[in-house]
Design a protein around this ligand. Structure first.
Ligand SMILES: *Cc1c(COP(=O)(O)O)cnc(C)c1O
Length: 221
C-alpha cells in the first residue's frame, strides 16, 4: 500500500467517526484532497486507492497537473479552493468542476460570462471571511445576504454552498458554527470547512466538504 493510500484510510476513518458521533451519515461528507505543491505522482497514489475529489489553490499549478489525470480518470472532480483573479476565470471554468472561492461581484459577473461562453457550469461556493480579517479573501458576513442575491438572481450562478478559512489564532468551532448557520439561512446545502488540524470539528458542526492537505500528503515545502 502506498503512503498516500495509508493516510487516506486514516483520514476517512476519522471523518466517519466524527460523523457518527454527530449522528450524521458519513457519506454526506466529501473529502477534498488538497494536492497543492505536491506532484502528480502523489495525486495518482490516491487515485489508484480509489479517491476522486481533489483541490488546488492556484489555476496555473492545477493546469500543469490535472488535464492529463482527468483524461485517465474521467470521474475525477477538481475543486478550486484559492483566490481567483478575473483574468484566470476562463481557464478556471474550463478546468475545475467546483469553484469554492467566489468572493466578489466582479468575479461573479466574469464567471457567469465565461460559463455561458464555455457552456459549462461548475458548482460555486461563496467564500465568507468569517473572521473579518482585512488581508483575507471572502465576503464579510454583513455583506453576505446581498452577495448571495446578486450571485443567484443577477448572475444566475449555480451557488451550492459557503466556504470559510477561520483565522489561525481563533477557535475554529465558532467560525464553523457561524458558517453552517449562514448556509442554512440561505437554504444552501453545502458547507466547505475544516482542514488537516480541525476537520473532525468541522464534520461535527455540519461540514459537507472538508479540505485536507498535509494530513494526506505530508508537509508542503
Ligand atoms: C492549503 C489549503 C487547505 C489544506 O490545508 P492543510 O492544513 O494542509 O490541510 C485547505 N483549504 C485551503 C483554502 C487551502 O489553501
Amino acid at each position: 500500500m502506498s503512503e498516500g493510500a495509508r493516510h487516506l484510510g486514516e483520514v476517512k476513518g476519522r471523518i466517519e467517526q466524527a460523523a457518527r458521533a454527530a449522528r450524521r451519515d458519513p457519506s454526506d461528507v466529501t473529502l477534498v484532497a488538497v494536492s497543492k505543491m505536491h506532484p502528480a505522482d502523489r495525486v495518482r497514489e490516491l487515485l489508484v486507492a480509489g479517491h476522486r475529489v481533489f483541490g488546488e489553490n492556484r489555476v496555473q499549478e492545477a493546469q500543469e497537473k490535472f488535464p492529463a489525470l482527468k483524461v485517465e480518470y474521467r470521474d475525477l472532480q477538481l475543486h478550486l479552493i484559492g483566490p481567483l483573479q478575473t483574468n484566470k476565470a476562463r481557464e478556471a471554468v474550463t478546468l475545475f468542476d467546483v469553484i469554492q472561492s467566489v468572493d466578489r461581484e466582479k468575479l461573479a459577473a466574469t464567471l457567469a460570462k465565461e460559463m455561458a461562453r464555455a457552456d459549462r457550469r461548475p458548482d460555486c461556493f461563496i467564500q465568507v471571511n468569517t473572521g473579518e480579517e482585512p488581508q483575507k479573501a471572502g465576503i464579510l458576513p454583513n455583506d453576505l445576504d446581498s452577495f448571495v442575491a446578486a450571485c443567484r438572481d443577477t448572475h444566475k450562478l449555480p451557488v451550492v454552498g459557503l466556504m470559510c478559512i477561520p483565522p489561525v489564532d481563533e477557535e475554529p468551532a465558532l467560525h464553523f458554527a457561524l458558517l453552517a448557520k449562514m448556509a442554512a439561512r440561505h437554504g444552501l446545502a453545502k458547507v466547505s470547512m475544516g482542514m488537516s488540524a480541525d476537520y473532525e470539528t468541522a464534520v461535527r458542526l455540519g461540514a459537507t466538504h472538508v479540505r485536507v492537505g498535509s494530513a494526506l500528503f505530508g508537509q508542503r515545502h
